[in-house]
Design a binder for this molecule. Sequence first.
Ligand SMILES: [Zn+2]
Length: 236
Amino acid sequence: MSDTTTLRALMEADRWVERVIAQRNHLPEMAELITLEEELRSLVASLKQAQVDQAPIQKKYSELQDGAEKLRKRSHDIQAKLDSSTANARELGALQTEIEHVRELLSKAEDLELEAFLELEPLDQSVENIKAAAQPKMERRAELQAQIVSLQATLDEEIISLRSSRQECAVQVPSELLKTYETAHKRVGISGAAQVDNGRCDGCRIELSPLDFDRWKAQPQDTFMACPECGRLLLP
Ligand SMILES: [Zn+2]
């Protein structure tokens, strides 16, 4: 095999490794997860605000409910006394006045209770709406997290296997040439060689100057000039 062939195989093996690493680190599921988490953070903030708005009205409503309930019980107790009373007319009159007073208070209390309820209802609803909106997103988040773990595990295995094939390609390259390749690879990443495609280095995408292009074309077979821009060995 010519040096060009082995060098090209090594370059392609390195490019494969990089491609799979890029795929592993930029899964569409990861992008979706990031968007989803932003949405969830914003929902959590809305929920907190809705609960802050809800809390004082909830407290007021609950106090009004207690107050009305006490009056209801008081009214019921007096009525029971009136129904079973053996009291005299004066006492009965007093109880009658009292029950009327309590009923009046109860009626006002019930009005306030209803007002507070009507005030509270949309606030409760908005808390519920936010929770309902978050629910499927939470489920999707768990799903995506699991998918990412599983996909990355698969790709990690593939990367290990590709790296081992890459090593097999590397041992085919003569050692001096390999050293030059590895130096360029280490410095610029992805691969230590590139192909000239339409007068451009396909590693850095920079067009060779006419002078460099002529120099590259004039190279004897199996000699490799470095790209003047990125330093990768230029393959035909
Ligand atoms: Zn280049």
